[in-house]
Design a protein around this ligand. Sequence first.
Ligand SMILES: *[C@@H]1O[C@H](CO)[C@@H](O)[C@H](O)[C@H]1NC(C)=O
Ligand SMILES: *[C@@H]1O[C@H](CO)[C@@H](O)[C@H](O)[C@H]1NC(C)=O
Ligand SMILES: *[C@@H]1O[C@H](CO)[C@@H](O)[C@H](O)[C@H]1NC(C)=O
Ligand SMILES: *[C@@H]1O[C@H](CO)[C@@H](O)[C@H](O)[C@H]1NC(C)=O
Length: 427
Amino acid sequence: MAIFILSFFVPIDFTPFHRFSTLSLLFFSASLFFTAAFSLGINYGQIASNLPHPEAVVPLVKSIGATHVKLYDADPRVLKAFANTGVEFIVGLGNEYLGRMRDPKQAASWVKTNVQTYLPATNITCIAVGNEVLTLNDSTLSSNLLPAMESIHSALVSLNLDKQVMVTTAHNLAVLEVSYPPSAGAFRRDLTQKLSCILDFHSKVGSPFLINAYPYFAYKANPKQVSLDFVLFESDSGMVDQASGLHYDNMFCAQIDAAYSAVEKLGYKNVCLQISETGWPSKGDPDEAGATPENARKYNGNLIKLISEKKGTPMRPNQDLNIYVFALFNENQKPGPTSERNFGLFKPDGTPVYNLGFNSTGLLSTNTTGSVSSSGGTTLSGSSPAVTGSSSNGYLSITADDAERLPIERALFLLSLIVSAILSFQL
Ligand SMILES: *[C@@H]1O[C@H](CO)[C@@H](O)[C@H](O)[C@H]1NC(C)=O
Ligand SMILES: *[C@@H]1O[C@H](CO)[C@@H](O)[C@H](O)[C@H]1NC(C)=O
Ligand SMILES: *[C@@H]1O[C@H](CO)[C@@H](O)[C@H](O)[C@H]1NC(C)=O
Ligand SMILES: *[C@@H]1O[C@H](CO)[C@@H](O)[C@H](O)[C@H]1NC(C)=O
């Protein structure tokens, strides 16, 4: 079972960052306001031309209390910069490498170069093999996925690293054919066979199942009918899943529980789930409803509050939510609608895009104390990526883009399920 270790305020060591004094100062002031204890993962995407050097990113990550970072590749500069920081990493192996990972020699070589080299100074705890592969509908890629995961796992076993480094892959929520009500969650029938085998792998090696979940896209597709309060965790009423009797006051938990239901239907109740991406854009095109700094602040702030409350989801109330927010930075080189370049908590200069809500009394007024605990197991899971330099493919498939790449009919169909369910519950 994967559990996040709670993080505390961590004093920042500025020495390596003298060249970034302005940034450091900003980070430092941000960190002064961070006193709450909670655990958080963040996606560190780098499809941008203007990001700070990874060494300058270390204090930024610490300023928001993030204890886990997910990369879309295994960028050596980042992995070196985060040595001895205590931050845990998911590194990514890009979709373009899946085919050749069937070869045990190549898998071993990848693990040695991209993982073993940095251990133990940099705490890499997970490898995300491929990103959102199954929803790309590329049969060659899909059939290479599990063999690549197995091959990477075998390489870890032979290097005696399999106990400390997990192997997984991240899925788009569109692997679900039914997502509402949560108890009816089920995988796309044409993917069931492959997902069963992948879940069997998770069950055997003890790694988590990763899902990328964006209530934002449900809202964007149908802003007149989807309740903004419901997607921003601010609904007074919420809805009840008639089949399970469980009450949902936000779409995020409903999506996660739908994924849990789908996993359980295949018989893998013991596989734990992590949310490898979720987030909200602070800016969008005129036709992208809801993409504002205020909504992004509410979504991410309320999400972090939810994590800090450690209440799990209605279906899994005792399970910590292991979540990676998307994303650390706005990324100016991502294609697609304006929202795609504006999911960041920070601008490239290190200033916050909006005030996340930390202040000296703590995190978003939640009543958390400074020392908590949490048990630890391993965690993480990851998503995909590509090796530095060619990260675009893997990375793009991760976010919103994927949703956007779905044929419009299918996307609308999925959304209409959600929407009609919401309406029928009279939100
Ligand atoms: C800090 O946050 C709490 C809860 O949101 C709020 O009541 C309080 O006024 C804030 N304090 C400052 C100094 O902003
Ligand atoms: C925080 O928790 C303490 C102890 O449980 C309680 O006394 C206090 O009233 C709480 N404060 C808020 C703002 O909820
Ligand atoms: C790395 O993370 C794992 C999982 O949280 C933890 O058990 C381990 O102690 C960490 N290793 C180091 C060197 O910090
Ligand atoms: C993928 O295949 C499924 C099942 O045939 C289909 O419903 C879906 O629209 C396809 N998606 C893409 C992105 O081509």
